[in-house]
Write a new protein. Structure first.
Length: 119
């Protein structure tokens, strides 16, 4: 299973495999047609409280990562996401954040890679 991450604003590609939006809120300025989604699993995103606290501030990323991983470890939506990932050879986790290195998709991908190895 190959997991990639990509901004939802980037053009869809046939190499994306299953396209999964992992944001809790629908991204601004993009239509459902443009998004070309296979799934929207919003419940796997950080809680509203954590998302608002983090506010994409780089100095908070280390702490955000720990808090989000803690949320993920008890999140029932993770099993839905894992099921989708196992059904596709390649999956792309889509997010709207501007920073490609400091966002929840990076944390989620890392968490999944570690978690799925142990399953």
């Amino acid at each position: 299973m190959k997991i990639k991450i990509k901004r939802i604003y980037d053009k869809p590609s046939k190499n994306d495999g299953a396209r999964i939006l992992i944001d809790r809120l629908w991204p601004r300025g993009i239509s459902k047609k443009e998004a070309n989604l296979d799934y929207w699993i919003k419940e796997v995103a950080p809680s509203n409280e954590l998302r608002k606290w983090f506010n994409h501030e780089p100095v908070k990323f280390k702490d955000f990562k720990k808090r989000y991983q803690k949320e993920l470890s008890v999140n029932p939506a993770l099993s839905e996401l894992k099921k989708v990932l196992t059904e596709s050879k390649t999956s792309t986790l889509l997010y709207a954040a501007k920073n490609s290195e400091i966002n929840h998709a990076v944390v989620l991908k890392d968490f999944l890679k570690r978690k799925c190895k142990g399953d």
